[in-house]
Design a protein around this ligand. Structure first.
Ligand SMILES: Nc1nc2c(ncn2[C@@H]2O[C@H](COP(=O)(O)OP(=O)(O)OP(=O)(O)O)[C@@H](O)[C@H]2O)c(=O)[nH]1
Ligand SMILES: [Mg+2]
Length: 318
């Protein structure tokens, strides 16, 4: 039992450009798949919280949507979510992806965000991500100096993943720098009671979490612009017993929304194979989280302009 007066707790916002590796890092920090990951930008649409509790310290990470530059209403909404999380946080963690030459990809907006964090007296951590791409680590020196000059309290080069196998991306291993991130953040936490129970790793409602797993597979398996027009809603989650073997099984029903009629056959694939693939990978991930066997009932539904429907967006957490 940790005494209330000993507790320390902080909100930590992970912000950066799309594809910087925010969700990958959060999952590595928490040790569980919470945020969804793909190689396409703006995979994250919902600010997702992941919790790490160690000793007297609780870290509440906010994995935010990438700071995209599109002017579409939906995309602006994503950026607003990220900005909101940054304002709310005790510690702002800026993630900037390195290229092979060791240079960062900081934009003007991100430099401004860093300056605002300093003005608000927030702690500022800069993470140089995907450092595994930089073979000669000496090349990092100018970038490290630049970040300190910008006001970073700590700068850490990280590689959140060492390897990822399979097209469903089921296996990921903890990489380098991640433990140091935890150690440095621990020093920055303000005193205060925990926000979540000790054993809780996320406050995401289960139906949303399951919907995100299916959207992750849609992002991974579908190509070009198609995945961006996709939304997933979990209609029902029910506990049942398999009649054949008496095993517990969770029955999940989901709607996969597409915004255009002509997208439906692409999502279904030849003989329904694409939908089946999305469903199979998603189901395997669901089983890991739920700890039971899962039966997934996945339907494609054409819902023109769902991206503009407030109620649906709220249901999807956007
Ligand atoms: N080489 C390498 N790739 C990484 C690393 N971390 C993440 N990636 C890859 O980068 C891509 C984007 O990762 P995400 O974690 O989804 O990035 P994100 O910042 O959450 O992106 P958005 O949600 O779109 O803003 C994925 O293909 C990851 O596998 C890393 O440390 N090294
Ligand atoms: Mg993400």
């Amino acid at each position: 039992m940790v005494a209330l007066e000993d507790m320390r707790c902080g909100l930590i916002a992970l912000v950066g450009l799309p594809n910087a590796g925010k969700s990958t890092l959060m999952n590595a920090l928490v040790g569980e798949k919470i945020g969804i990951i793909s190689n396409k930008p703006n995979t994250t649409r919902v600010t997702v919280r992941g919790v790490v509790t160690q000793g007297a310290n609780q870290m509440v990470f906010m994995d935010t949507p990438g700071l995209n530059r599109s002017s579409k209403a939906f995309d602006r909404r994503l950026v607003q979510q990220a900005m909101g999380a940054a304002v709310e946080a005790d510690v702002v963690v800026l993630l900037t992806e390195l290229n092979a030459a060791g240079n960062d990809s900081l934009t003007l907006e991100m430099t401004q965000l860093a300056a605002e964090a300093k003005k608000r007296n927030q702690k500022l951590m800069v993470l140089l991500t995907k450092v595994d791409k930089v073979k000669d680590k000496e090349k990092l020196m100018p970038t490290l100096t630049k970040m300190v000059e910008m006001g970073a309290d700590v700068v850490i080069p990280i590689a959140a993943i060492k390897a990822e196998h399979g097209s469903g991306g089921q296996v990921s291993m903890k990489g380098s720098g991640v433990d140091r991130v935890i150690a440095e953040l621990t020093k920055m936490l303000p005193e205060g009671p925990w926000l979540f129970p000790e054993d809780m790793t996320t406050d995401m409602p289960m139906p949303l979490r399951l919907a995100e797993l299916t959207r992750e597979q849609a992002m991974r398996q579908l190509h070009q612009e198609l995945p961006y027009g996709i939304g997933v809603i979990t209609s029902t989650v029910e506990e049942a017993v398999d009649e054949e073997n008496g095993e517990d099984v969770t029955v999940v029903t989901q709607q996969l929304l597409v915004s255009k009629e002509q997208h439906k056959p692409m999502v279904l694939g030849k003989g329904g194979q694409m939908l089946q693939k999305i469903g199979t990978f998603s189901r395997l991930e669901m089983q890991k989280i739920l700890g039971t066997r899962v039966r997934l009932d996945l339907h494609v539904k054409v819902a023109e302009r769902w991206l503009e429907r407030e109620q649906w967006l709220r249901e999807m957490g956007v």
